[in-house]
Ligand binder design. Structure first.
Ligand code: SAM
Length: 221
């Protein structure tokens, strides 16, 4: 199945209320991904496909009240939870937009608030976004030159881990049915298209072998 935004929005509508609980096992690797951005006070950060805003608190703690967090997602249901997080935290330096990655545009907001372009981009469990060239072209065009990137998501076990990779990858394929619409492309290397646009690419794999954090910087255009 190709990328299917309609299915994605519908799947996340059904998942929204229990999304944070259902994904609690990836809290650790999400934390590692945000830490790998080595965020600095006053920076602008883009949280790609932010979902319920699970990573907001950690990002905001690092950039402080002088920084800006830009975030978007195409799921209104997940964003409603992200908005309540922002309200509960009393955070005033977060801009959340309901939009597709292929068309989201932060240029006006950046100019209006006199903020810098994003110096750091977080791709946390956004497999579908990472398989869309149009999305990557649009997002990277709005980032600062050589912006830092951190990527985390599920990857299939490598074929060299045969024969155990067969049942494990079958399990991963099945359990990601409602989180990813396009598992056919690059599920073994979700970062592949983004890595082509990066330099200094580094990959660290974590237990149980399907979790990873990849880092690097955007390659100058
Ligand atoms: C597995 S969730 C990850 C959410 C969050 N980043 C996290 O770490 O919990 C994938 C997110 O990507 C969003 N998404 C998928 N394709 C998208 C697209 N083309 N444009 C915007 N959001 C998209 C979904 O709505 C969903 O919130």
């Amino acid at each position: 199945m190709a990328l299917d935004p309609g299915k994605s929005v519908a799947d996340y509508r059904a998942l929204a209320a229990r999304y944070d609980h259902a994904t609690r096992r990836i809290n650790g690797v999400r934390r590692r991904a945000v830490a790998a951005l080595v965020l600095q006070p006053d920076e602008t950060v883009l949280d790609v496909g932010c979902g319920t805003g699970h990573c907001f608190a950690q990002i905001l703690q690092a950039i402080g009240s002088g920084g800006h967090l830009l975030a978007f997602d195409h799921s209104a249901d997940l964003l409603a939870i992200a908005q309540s997080r922002v309200a509960a935290g009393g955070w005033r330096n977060v801009s959340i937009v309901e939009s597709r990655a292929e068309s989201v545009d932060f240029r006006d907001a950046i100019a209006r608030h006199g903020m810098a372009q994003p110096a750091a981009l977080l791709f946390s469990y956004v497999h579908d976004v990472m398989q869309s060239d149009a999305a990557l072209d649009n997002l990277l065009a709005q980032a600062a030159p050589r912006a830092r990137v951190a990527i985390t998501s599920t990857r299939l076990w490598p074929r060299s881990w045969w024969p155990l990779c067969v049942p494990v990858n079958r399990y991963l394929y099945r359990t990601h049915e409602r989180y990813i619409t396009h598992r056919e492309e690059n599920f073994d290397r979700p970062w592949a298209k983004l890595a082509e646009r990066m330099e200094g690419f580094q990959l660290r794999v974590y237990w149980p072998g399907w979790r990873y954090v990849a880092t690097g910087r955007l390659r100058p255009a």
